[in-house]
Design a protein around this ligand. Structure first.
Ligand code: MAN
Length: 346
């Protein structure tokens, strides 16, 4: 059952509403924003995916080669090219992304109308491990600042990077904290029994799958005591992959985590998990049916249709304002009652 109340103004931001940041590129997709509050405003840290305007018969995309943007270009009819997925291509056995993503801030006084503030620079991938870009950034707001966990993509890996900042103007890059293959990392916004906790999503293709794991750390850099807390479910909406959304929400009944699940057809929905407050490796309840499905037109068609994907929200009383990427192309918002989500869990 879909219990999301979508914003009437959806989509809130489309690719054509922003100017590309990389010379010679266009914005192809806006996706999956991190969300936080700062200076009395609501901020989205957008994932912006750029590439050159496409020419018939060719596929071209940027990569970051040691700080220099290079464009790779392949012939579409090359027998060595597999371009069946709009997001990723394979050429001569090597995988590439069709766009390069970086992170970009927009802010708002009402949570609906967003604008850019030139005082806040975009965050680009840096170094070899981010050569194909950085994606899907979660922002954990804690006593000592904002902690950003995001996907670092390159020819050697998909892993999780960490950046800490207090002002979104100076950034402390901590490097890769969860090695490949890993993504969808959400930090808990407070310590539990003296330790930091994170949800993360390693992939184990030969045995196991794309499951949500929990880890603990003394310093947010070194992670251990990993435990698998949620697997995919056969014949379900979340049969192929599951991954954490934004930071778990603390409720009287437990930590509420809104997560994404997809089936073999790559249809992405949202569901929820309830974790024990004192020991978040204990799953108290989980959605049987999704709490949100791609049913609006802008969620069904776009760059990659049938996708609702979230990794950012803010909470006000019983309401969680969820920002999400629809069809891997536009930024949207929806609100949920936390009580209502909790009631649906089994
Ligand atoms: C998947 C999708 C893409 C993403 C790549 C690399 O294919 O989530 O959007 O670019 O992984 O992370």
């Amino acid at each position: 059952m879909d219990i999301a109340k979508r914003f009437e103004n959806n989509p809130l931001i489309r690719p054509q509403n922003l100017k590309p940041c990389i010379d010679g590129m266009e914005i192809t997709c806006l996706l999956n924003p991190g969300v936080f509050r700062m200076n009395g405003k609501i901020w989205l840290l957008l994932r912006v995916a750029e590439r050159p305007t496409q020419i018939d018969g060719k596929i071209s995309f940027p990569i970051n080669n040691n700080g220099k943007i290079e464009v790779l270009c392949f012939e579409k009819n090359d027998p060595q090219l597999d371009a069946t997925d709009p997001r990723v291509i394979k050429f001569k056995g090597q995988d590439y992304l069709t766009t390069m993503s970086y992170l970009r801030l927009v802010c708002s006084d009402d949570g609906i109308n967003f604008y850019e503030d030139p005082a806040y620079p975009p965050i680009y991938g840096e170094g070899e491990l981010e050569a194909f870009g950085i994606e899907d950034c979660r922002v954990a707001t804690m006593g000592d600042g904002f902690h950003l966990t995001f996907t670092e993509v390159s020819s050697v890996a998909v892993g999780v990077g960490l950046i800490s900042t207090t002002n979104f103007q100076q950034f402390d890059r901590k490097g890769m904290i969860f090695p490949p293959h890993n993504k969808d990392c959400a930090l808990f916004e407070e310590k539990i029994n003296g330790k930091y906790y994170a949800l993360h999503r390693p992939s184990s293709p030969e045995l196991g799958g794309n499951y949500i794991w929990l880890a603990e750390s003394p310093d947010r850099l070194h992670w251990g005591n990993h435990k698998c807390i949620a697997t995919t479910r056969t014949d379900s909406w979340d049969s192929a992959r599951v991954g954490a959304g934004a930071a778990p929400i603390k409720t009287a009944e437990g930590w509420l985590e809104i997560y994404h699940g997809a089936n073999k057809e790559h249809r992405y929905c949202l569901g929820a998990l309830l974790l024990d407050l004192n020991d978040p490796s204990k799953v108290l309840a989980r959605s049987i049916e999704p709490v949100m499905e791609p049913i609006a037109e802008y969620e069904k068609t776009g760059f990659f249709g049938n996708v609702v994907f979230t990794n950012g929200h803010y909470v006000e009383g019983d309401t969680v304002y969820v920002y999400y990427g629809a069809s891997d192309e536009v930024i949207c918002g929806a609100q949920f009652s936390i009580t209502e989500i909790l009631k649906t869990l089994k």
